[in-house]
Write a protein that binds this ligand. Sequence first.
Ligand SMILES: Nc1ncnc2c1ncn2[C@@H]1O[C@H](COP(=O)(O)OP(=O)(O)OP(=O)(O)O)[C@@H](O)[C@H]1O
Ligand SMILES: CC(C)(CO)[C@@H](O)C(=O)[O-]
Length: 273
Amino acid sequence: MTRAFSPGSITLFFEIRDEHKEPLRIGSRGIGICVSLGAITSVQEGEELRVFVNGKSMKNSLQEDIARAYGFKGTIKTDSQLPVSQGFGMSAAAALSTSLAIAKLKNATYLQAAQIAHRIEVERKSGLGDVTSQYEGGFTLRIKEGIHPYGIVDRLFFPPIPISLVTFKEGIETKEILKDEDMRKIIKKEGHRAMEKFLNMPTFENAIRIARDFALKTSLISDEGKEFLKACNNAAIAMIGNSAIVFGECKEEIVEDYKVYRVCLGDRAKLLP
Ligand SMILES: Nc1ncnc2c1ncn2[C@@H]1O[C@H](COP(=O)(O)OP(=O)(O)OP(=O)(O)O)[C@@H](O)[C@H]1O
Ligand SMILES: CC(C)(CO)[C@@H](O)C(=O)[O-]
């Protein structure tokens, strides 16, 4: 049996850049924060392909698509440590952890595994930039869309503070937003502006300020999210979901009604012993 872990990743703001033909060139520009919780996948070769997510059998999964890319048959089990469709990049974490574990069995490399995971994410429209962030780890700045050798990703300095992920009600499926023509236009425009502003002053404080503005300008925020940002000025909305990311301490009375995941900055995806 082979096991791999991928961190979850939270996008603060992003610019859709999917007008290329080649999936490895497609992606987004923006900021992603990898966190210490994510997805763990174990794979075991066998006669038939079976996928289980959090103990439940799953059909037409992204794990199945990844397995096909390698010609892998056997059992794939993914455990998600964070909820899906809340902007925590869990589909990408499932794709990347599956791809890394199978790559080890098939003698492929770390980069090949990341490229396959990125391609499947892009083709399924479940994400654009998450695999690129999770392959790099830490506080990532995606300067040019896509994955290596096309994408360019840098890292930013992150202060030694805790992170809380606060989930409101049900999530938003990424595909629904990435397919919506009006939303795409708004995200492209606001994402481009956000990136230009950030690159003028690439600091942690500026990232939070721009992220809060991006959520409001694109309307990728619920009423509950708006109230939360008013009460907590060290928070931003996780893209694309219905949850917030709080940097540092947060008053207990503000978060006590919600499910909160306490995490810290996370390293890149890796094989597990
Ligand atoms: N851990 C997982 N294992 C298998 N499938 C998953 C997993 N996480 C998400 N998916 C599938 O991917 C699809 C899209 O998920 P979505 O992209 O909205 O979630 P996410 O990646 O957690 O959110 P976001 O991309 O906004 O960070 C859903 O249909 C879901 O079933
Ligand atoms: C589209 C997206 C916000 C979904 O999590 C992410 O993949 C990104 O930052 O490109």
